[in-house]
Design a protein around this ligand. Structure first.
Ligand SMILES: Cc1cc2nc3c(=O)[nH]c(=O)nc-3n(C[C@H](O)[C@H](O)[C@H](O)COP(=O)(O)O)c2cc1C
Length: 182
């Protein structure tokens, strides 16, 4: 394995305080290789995208576009909302895809992980996200897929991810992402 620094942008699709997906992301950070420099792309403060903003320098839009442009890879950790991706995440995808011809997504690499309190693990959110990323020219890690069902049962009362089976799955996922980025 090489030890070149990797600049990874982390997108958490939930705005919820106490988000389970954020807990999963915290565990991923705790096991990430030393070479990973992870910076979160905050999405909570982004106004809903409108084409009318294309000519305007909106500071938070420029912030997320720059973060994506600078990243070697993007990690998406997201819930499913009504069988698709959360609106706040879609907003980020749209913002960074515009103005037309200046999308910062094309050529990027990404990995997708979903976590849900339900039994299907947010799989449809993950599949929808993959579909959108494909259209944006982002290459997405194919295997292993990671759709974590009943995520609340993998956490302890403090919200720490303690369940060994899920830990093992995430360790495999992180290793696969690292190898794929190299
Ligand atoms: C608007 C909304 C829609 C939801 N739709 C789904 C869904 O389609 N599938 C699913 O598995 N869970 C769904 N859930 C439940 C989420 O899995 C649950 O809220 C989970 O805690 C979200 O992740 P978070 O804790 O990171 O916010 C939905 C939750 C909300 C608030």
């Amino acid at each position: 394995m090489d030890h070149q620094v990797r600049h990874l942008a982390l997108v958490i699709g939930s705005l919820r305080e106490g988000s389970y997906n954020r807990k999963v992301a915290e565990y991923i950070r705790s096991i990430a290789p030393d070479a990973w420099q992870i910076s979160e792309i905050e999405i909570a403060d982004l106004p809903l995208y409108s084409q009318d903003y294309d000519g305007q320098p909106i500071e938070c839009y420029e912030r997320v576009r720059s973060q994506i442009a600078a990243a070697d890879g993007i990690l998406f950790v997201t819930p499913e909302h009504n069988r698709s991706i959360p609106a706040a995440l879609k907003n980020l995808l749209d913002i960074a895809s515009r103005p037309a011809g200046r999308s910062v997504w094309a050529g990027k690499k990404a990995a997708v992980l979903t976590a849900s309190i339900g039994g299907y693990g947010g799989i449809n959110s993950g599949l929808h996200l993959r579909q959108i990323l494909q259209m944006l020219g982002v290459t997405v890690l194919v295997q292993p897929e990671a759709y974590l069902a009943r995520i609340q049962s993998a956490l302890d009362e403090q919200g720490v991810l303690v369940e060994s089976r899920t830990q093992h799955l995430l360790q495999q996922w992180v290793a696969a992402v690292d190898q794929w980025l190299s």
